[in-house]
Design a binder for this molecule. Structure first.
Ligand code: IPE
Ligand code: IPE
Ligand code: MG
Length: 254
């Protein structure tokens, strides 16, 4: 097995998932799927071609995650800040679920994948919501990998809403301020029934979180790669898992 030195440190080339089976497989992996636009521009293509190519990559990584025994794969697909983009681009992205789900749903159903959505419906066009809701409905009883799309999701909005709910309950006298603890707060987040991500992967070389799960990432292991999302393969995904397996998670302890 060849070891190669990269800017990122020592990396092992992982050719097959079997090589990862001796280490711990993360339960919940989250991915900030970034760099679609730059991937396209680099090829002289319009930015939306990058979104299309990025969409194509989702199934590959989903199947790779499932085969490794990962339980939850959260994919950040559209942020509450992405509405700031030109309307044409936003419209194109909103059309992607309409194309993606009918195309991939049979295979996802067959693989027992359970589709979920974390985000707000407000502002999302009806045809997009319909595609998403059909996919959720089709996979409602599936017990395999949870494929969770963070779509029209933003962490500050999520946390602010949780806070508002707490304030309301206190005002109505159903919650004593002394009862407010981390659990009370976390159960009001959209991810209340999911464990925190064990590993966060961000593609495209940006070293930031971009309003993604700020509370939930408190002790998540972070993995950044320069690769753009459309060029991030199963092999790169395995490398991220391998890197995760080398980390020592201390949670503040020793
Ligand atoms: C990620 O790719 C997809 C979304 C944010 C919807 P980008 O569209 O951000 O691509 P870059 O970062 O501009 O290259
Ligand atoms: C983060 O990417 C959001 C998604 C990948 C959906 P952005 O491209 O929106 O993030 P910034 O603007 O570079 O921080
Ligand atoms: Mg981006």
């Amino acid at each position: 097995m060849s070891l190669k030195k990269t800017w990122f440190g020592r990396k092992k080339r992982i050719d097959s998932p079997e090589q990862l089976m001796h280490g711990q497989i993360p339960q919940h992996v989250a991915v900030i799927m970034d760099g679609n636009g730059r991937w396209a521009s680099k090829r002289g293509l319009p930015r939306v071609a990058g979104h299309h190519s990025g969409m194509k990559n989702v199934k590959k990584i989903t199947i790779a995650a499932d085969e490794l025994g990962i339980k939850i794969l959260t994919l950040y697909a559209f942020s509450t800040e992405n509405w700031k983009r030109p309307k044409d681009e936003v419209d194109y992205i909103m059309g992607l679920p309409v194309e993606f789900f009918p195309l991939e749903i049979e295979e996802l159903v067959q693989k027992n994948v359970h589709i979920r959505m974390t985000g707000w419906k407000e502002g999302v066009p009806p045809h997009t919501l319909e595609a998403v809701e059909n996919a959720i409905e089709r996979t409602r009883h599936n017990t395999g990998l949870i494929l969770n799309f963070a779509f029209n999701y933003g962490s500050r909005k999520e946390m602010t809403e949780a806070l508002r709910g707490i304030a309301r309950d206190v005002k109505q006298g159903v919650l004593d301020p002394e009862q407010i603890d981390e659990q009370e707060y976390a159960k009001r987040l959209k991810t209340s029934d999911l464990p925190d991500p064990d590993l966060l992967i961000r593609t495209s070389g940006e070293l930031r979180i971009s309003n993604f799960m700020l509370w939930q990432l408190a002790y998540t292991e972070l993995f950044f790669t320069d690769l753009y999302w459309p060029e991030f393969t199963e092999g790169h995904f395995y490398e991220a898992i391998y890197e995760y397996q080398q980390r020592i998670r201390r949670y503040g302890g020793l």
